[in-house]
Structure formats: structure tokens, C-alpha cells
Design a binder for this molecule. Sequence first.
Ligand SMILES: NC(=O)c1ccc[n+]([C@@H]2O[C@H](COP(=O)([O-])OP(=O)(O)OC[C@H]3O[C@@H](n4cnc5c(N)ncnc54)[C@H](O)[C@@H]3O)[C@@H](O)[C@H]2O)c1
Length: 352
Amino acid sequence: MTRIKEAVLTEWIGQILTGSGLDQEQAQMISEHLVLANLRGVDSHGISKIDVYCKRLEKGIVNKKLNFHITKETPVSALIDGENSMGISLATKGIKLAVQKAKEVGVGIVGISHSNHAGMLAAYTDYAAQHDCISIAVTNAPSVMAPWGGRTPFFGTNPISYSIPTGGEMNIVFDMATTTVAKGKIVLAEKENKSIPVGWAISKDGRETTDPKEALEGLLLPVGGPKGYGLSFLVETLSSLFTGAAYGPYIGSLFDDFEHEQNVGQFFFVMRADLFQELDVFKARVDQMAQEIKGIERMQGVDRIYLPGEIEFERTRELRQNGIPVSAQMLETLQAISDQLGIKTEQFSPVG
Ligand SMILES: NC(=O)c1ccc[n+]([C@@H]2O[C@H](COP(=O)([O-])OP(=O)(O)OC[C@H]3O[C@@H](n4cnc5c(N)ncnc54)[C@H](O)[C@@H]3O)[C@@H](O)[C@H]2O)c1
């Protein structure tokens, strides 16, 4: 692993995105998002997505322009038609609008249809927390998981994230796929020739597997069995049935379908954290509860209790200081895309 500083990697990814036809604003939003995912240790949704994004831009399956319009609006809500623009750009605009509405009227609800892959949801909920809001974000995704008891893919990895502002430096930012893991983690394991743990997936003939290739041809398992399936049902409903986006099997694949738009949906629910009690009273109560949780007696073999999102927060702090680990394989991919786009790479040197 080579380490590259955040600013250097963001600049490199940004240049690749402008080289692929995006304007400066979008290149900045997307490069910052992808690098933030790596900083948080969510490598599956970080710069590893750059090759598929570039391929989709090159093939013209995604709108290079950030065209979108609001189709229905009330003081508390807005429905955005994303016009097949880049998902991260749309979702970044969407959460900003939801926060703005929450600031004005207390609650902001934003749905997006005709969107694309929107990356790591924590980026959006963290933004809301930084603006003293409690938030929930969901997105649907192409089908890779059967409804509990079935063997045919129907729902996607359908992640859900929430954030809660605290009085400290770290906000609570929880973010999980409703499958045992995000599909990107299996794609990454395959790219890096690693096996995957039992419990993540089954092969297409219904066997448990540790081979990422078999898993990608087969099915992911819902987290917590029927409970993950139940949560995924909610995520799907809010992201698609509610917004008008495609659902489950009708969503275009990010990795395998280079002919049709994805028509993914996103949904954000944001409320001001001072809706019921004064902000400092609420935050002090969150801090109190967090402190009590961290102080409880631990299970055998556990040396520390983490708050939701704390592992990612600490990782971000460490990587901001020491640089972001980038695998040799990932470096090769970045170099190959840069060569293809005529981008000079000498300036993007590793740390040390
Ligand atoms: N855009 C998409 O289509 C899409 C689809 C699926 C997933 N994703 C993204 O993939 C990412 C990874 O999802 P995942 O399910 O693999 O995440 P994960 O399993 O790594 O983490 C899930 C959550 O558990 C918390 N956690 C982990 N260990 C903990 C501990 N010991 N104590 C307390 N909390 C702990 C983490 O802070 C995190 O909030 C997410 O960012 C998600 O938004 C995106």
C-alpha cells in the first residue's frame, strides 16, 4: 500500500473527472465524496468507483451535465427529477436542499428520481449533522438480494444512514447496507484476489461461499435475516415507490449494464435538532448517553465500546494526518485512466 495525502488524491480524482467531461463543480463534489469514503475506511465506495464512473461517462449512459429540476415542492419537501445526472452530484444538491428547508421550517424532506449511484450515504448525513440536524438518508440499488426465503435477486444492498449532532467534535454518523455487506466490498475483494467471510453471500445455486466471484454471480444475504429484508423493504419504498424511481429488479446495473440509465432513487429526511428542546440541552443529553454507553462493562474479549460511526471518525483523523492507503492495483487503475485522458501524474506523488 502506498499512502497519498487527501488534497493530492482529491486533485487527481478531480482531474480525472474533468477529463471525463464533468464541469469543475461536479468534479469537486464527486472527488471530495470519493476521497472522504476512503478517509472513513469505506474503500468500497471511495476512489475504487472511479473506473466504473469513467466508463459510464465515456459511454454516455450518464448525463455529464448536472441537469435536474424540482417536479413537486412544498415548504417541507421537494421532489427532484435528476435527469440521469451523476448520483453523487444530485444527492449532494439534495441533502443541501433538505437541510436548507429544515433550517427554514424545521423539517426538510427531499426525494430524487432518475438518479445514479450516490456513493457513501454517510457523506450526506454527516453534512446534516454538521448543520445541527438529525437526518436519515436512504438509496435503493440494483437487485442482488432475495426477499427472505427466496432465491431470486430482488432488492439491492439498499443502505440506510442516520446522523445525530453531538456537543463534541464527532457527530454520530451510522451507515449500513441492509445486506450483510455492501456489494462494493465484494467487488473490492475480487479485485484484490481476497476471499470473503462466510455469511456475506450465497452462490447462484444457493450454497454459502467465500469466493467473491461466486458471490457476485450469486446473491447477497440480508443483515440479520428477515430483519434486514424488512429494513430493505422500507429503504426501497422511500427511495423508489415514493419518489417515482425504478425499484428492485428494474434498476439498471452499475457494473454490467452500459446501455440503460439506472433510474436509482434517493430519499433524505432532515429535522432541526432543536425542534423539541434547546439545541444545547439536546446535545448535552446525547453526550451524556454516549458517555454512559462507553463506560459500561464490556463483553469478554472486547477492549472498547465504540459509538456508531466512531471507527470511521478515528480512521479519518488518522488518514488525514498520514495519508490514504492506495493499493498497487488501484494506483495502476488511476495511472491507466490518467494516461488515457492525457493527464500528467508526476505531481500526484505518494507520501514520503
Ligand atoms: N450507494 C449505494 O448504492 C450503496 C449501497 C450499499 C452500501 N453503500 C455504502 O456502503 C458503505 C458500507 O456499508 P456496510 O454495511 O458495509 O458498513 P459497515 O458494516 O462497515 O458499517 C456499518 C456501521 O456499523 C458501525 N460499526 C461497525 N463496527 C462497529 C462497532 N464495533 N461498534 C459500533 N459501531 C460499529 C459503523 O460505524 C457503520 O456506521 C456505507 O457507507 C453505505 O452507504 C452504498
